[in-house]
Design a protein. Structure first.
Length: 235
């Protein structure tokens, strides 16, 4: 009965948060108008000095079924481009990304207000085979909202579609000198918003640059908002 009760309470928390997110999105639309968080067109990409290099990537055939691999794809990108260090997985949910990074030599911590257990299995990226996660496997967690002061304990902050955290994470990374990776989605509960007619991602890239970062944009191969922003401090 205990596990069943825990699942029911978790489901109820999800429902409350989903409703809050929906209300925030509707409120943002009413208060601020269209913030251009629809998919980026090649025209918009080409108009941005930082994002223009993604135009050719957008012309490749994307695989709709790959969205279920988004954590594996981000893990692959991080492992390919960065040396292991201390990473905060903000809004990391069940912790699959952190688990994969941990297996690749990173010291990974999930920061998420909802306590969740690791999934029991996942699909391997290249073979699509089910990989079972050992029952004893653990990933460090902080079951709370992200606080900017947390950034001082990490070399890299990562967030995939973490609503309301993007600006905070950029500011915190700039203050404490760590890197930041964002896969931004909707403009929800952010302290500042892009001007009318400017795409959220395009504006966020400019914000990251203004904070003293060198921006390396990238695109992951799944349908939907798949553009990532890696900001590294200038040396």
């Amino acid at each position: 009965m205990g596990k069943r009760k825990d699942r029911r309470e978790t489901s109820q928390r999800y429902a409350r948060i989903s409703q809050t997110v929906l209300q925030s999105a509707l409120s943002a639309d009413e208060d601020f108008g269209n913030h251009q968080d629809t998919p980026l067109t090649d025209t918009v990409l080409a108009s941005s000095a930082q994002l223009a290099g993604l135009v050719s990537q957008s012309q490749r055939r994307e695989l709709p079924k790959m969205k279920k691999f988004r954590f594996q794809l981000l893990h692959q990108w991080i492992s390919t481009h960065l040396e292991p260090g201390r990473v905060a997985d903000v809004g990391g949910g069940k912790g699959l990304l952190s688990y994969l990074l941990q297996e690749s030599g990173w010291s990974a911590t999930v920061i998420d207000p909802i306590a969740q257990s690791l999934p029991t299995k996942y699909k391997e990226l290249s073979s699509s085979k089910q990989i079972h996660i050992p029952a004893a496997a653990q990933v460090p967690r902080m079951d709370c909202e992200f606080d900017p002061a947390m950034a001082q304990d990490f070399d890299l902050l990562v967030a995939m579609h973490a609503h309301g955290c993007n600006i905070q994470m950029v500011d915190a990374a700039a203050h404490f000198g760590c890197g930041v990776i964002l896969l931004p989605c909707c403009v929800i509960d952010e302290p500042i918003h892009p001007p009318p007619g400017m795409h959220w991602i395009q504006w966020l890239v400019e914000y990251v640059v203004a904070k003293g970062f060198v921006v390396e944009p990238f695109r992951l191969n799944f349908k939907g908002q798949n553009i990532g922003i890696y900001g590294r401090k200038m040396t």
